[in-house]
Design a protein around this ligand. Sequence first.
Ligand SMILES: O=C(CO)COP(=O)(O)O
Length: 249
Amino acid sequence: MKMRRPLVAGNWKMNGLTASLAEFDRIVEGYDGALKAKTDLLVCPPATLLAAFAAGRGDVGIGGQDCHAKPFGAHTGDIAAEMLADAGASAVIVGHSERRQDHRESNGQVRAKAEAARRAGLVAILCVGETRAEREAGQALDVVRGQLEGSIPDGATAADLVVAYEPVWAIGTGLTPTIEDIAEMHSALRAALKARFGAEGDGFRLLYGGSVKPDNATEILAVADVDGALVGGASLKAESFLAIARAYL
Ligand SMILES: O=C(CO)COP(=O)(O)O
């Protein structure tokens, strides 16, 4: 039995049209009984579907995939955390490696986004993770600790922030770190959170993300200090997403 309530979150990335509502409905229908009693479930659809998903969400949480740091203004194409909350979101992913890479987001910008999430009453899911080159150079722990240190806001609490460790080279590749490497990283993140936030550091949920599938979920989610998963591809189908979430049962 884990001391923190597990969270299994699905990041749909740039996937999904209105026809995908039927798939989301199957996720909502499958979230019941023992699964609901034990595990939080969250789906982060593209912004175009957020309000429609929120309308039929049952007890499944809805999250955005990114937010702007400002509450409103002249920022074409961006979405404020307040707008996500208004559309029915309870969380938002910040600092995903695809944003850090495609949009050159810095730790400072990610931190401002996490602060915006708190301002809007959203839980921030703060992503960190090393590249393949960084791991091969033996720098994974230092890089990830540096990202955490630079992008987690002062005053963050376990109620308003979740950390997701997503090694960049494991995302969408079918590759995963060894169980020992996941355990080492999560325990380093836990130690960093305790060093910075004292006893509160024990309360933050730490998710693992990167090629989580039904057939590896049980082993990964059993690791100490892995409090859930951030799932990409396998979250697009109700069957595989629910199978991952049931790994905790
Ligand atoms: O980036 C991810 C979730 O945010 C992981 O994606 P995959 O599960 O498709 O590897």
